[in-house]
Design a protein around this ligand. Structure first.
Ligand code: CP
Ligand code: NVA
Length: 304
């Protein structure tokens, strides 16, 4: 593993499997209330420039389980909000803590923070990727289906940060991916360029959700307007009409198709209430696995 988890584009298939296998072991230990073999008193600083429920709580609880401590920093109450440069913040925080988690807008912020930090930096969501989310999703799919290799994963909706990570994480894990996104809302070019290099597994990009959903083993979706895009909501509601994951779409998929949603969900928009509630166990297993998979990431990056 490299020093940082900046994006799934940086990880190999072996890195992903190491994280998933470690997460599985740590989850089993935790379920049996066995102590994790991890040095005590480590500190994680968590920088949030956007809202969060799952990411904040799961990282903070993870540090408690590992016998360490997590510190929450937001723009409002740190010098970041008053313009202190990222490269200075990186050098200061590296003197105090053992790892830094950041949720921010530009991927360049994570890259710069990692470049100047001597401790591991973990991307807790940027506009470009949400790697921790996808690692939790892969863990959940593997738990439910017993494998990843060869499954067909379908994305319906915005080609956003979660879609970007999904395409990379699933293709690197040996899955076939189909994505249905409206014109103008397709995944980032860097991600499409990566997908074009993959020869062993298929990647299909369409603007027809019915084509993408055909025979899918897992269907994913996410909100139509991500954090920072709230003012585009009316325009996006028009563009995404017809991109709802509902019974009609699910009828085209494999009869045992799973549903994954990173949450929070806007039920009645990107997913119907009926489909959400029918698949709630899978979706909340996915939310739970954020805790286990991030614990694995911290375990692997902070152990020494
Ligand atoms: N899925 C996810 O990252 O949730 P939060 O925004 O609540 O952290
Ligand atoms: N795409 C969403 C994911 C939230 C967890 C966002 O960036 O707001």
């Amino acid at each position: 593993m490299k020093k940082d988890l900046k994006k799934l584009l940086d990880l190999s298939k072996d890195d992903i499997l190491l994280i998933l296998n470690t997460a599985e072991k740590l989850k089993a230990e935790w379920k049996e209330r066995r102590k994790h073999d991890f040095p005590p008193n480590k500190t994680l600083v968590m920088i949030f420039e956007k809202n969060s429920t799952r990411t904040r709580v799961s990282f903070e609880v993870t540090m408690t389980h590992l016998g360490g401590h997590a510190i929450f920093l937001s723009n409002a109450d740190s010098q970041l909000g008053r313009g202190e440069p990222i490269k200075d913040t990186a050098r200061v925080l590296s003197r105090y803590c053992d790892a830094i988690m950041i949720r921010t807008f530009g991927q360049d912020v994570v890259e710069e923070l990692a470049e100047w930090s001597t401790v591991p930096v973990i991307n807790g969501l940027t506009d470009f990727e949400h790697p921790c989310q996808l690692l939790a999703d892969l863990m959940t799919i593997r738990e439910h289906k017993g494998k990843l290799e060869g499954l067909k994963v379908c994305w319906i909706g915005d080609g956003n940060n979660v879609a970007n990570s999904l395409i990379v994480g699933c293709l690197k894990s040996g899955m076939n991916v189909s994505a249905a996104c409206p014109d103008g809302y397709t995944p980032d070019k860097q991600i499409l360029d990566f997908a074009a290099t993959v020869t062993d597994y298929s990647f299909e990009l369409t603007n027809d959700p019915k084509i993408a959903a055909k025979d899918a083993d897992v269907i994913f979706t996410d909100v139509w307007a991500s954090m920072g895009q709230e003012e585009e909501m009316a325009k996006r509601q028009k563009a995404f009409a017809g991109y709802q994951v509902n019974e009609e779409i699910l009828a085209l998929a494999n009869p045992k198709c799973m549903i994954q949603h990173c949450l929070p969900a806007h039920k009645g928009e990107e997913i119907s209430e009926e489909v959400f509630e029918k698949h709630a166990d899978e979706i909340f297993d996915e939310a739970e696995n954020r805790l286990h998979v991030q614990k694995a990431v911290l375990y692997l990056l902070m152990k020494n």
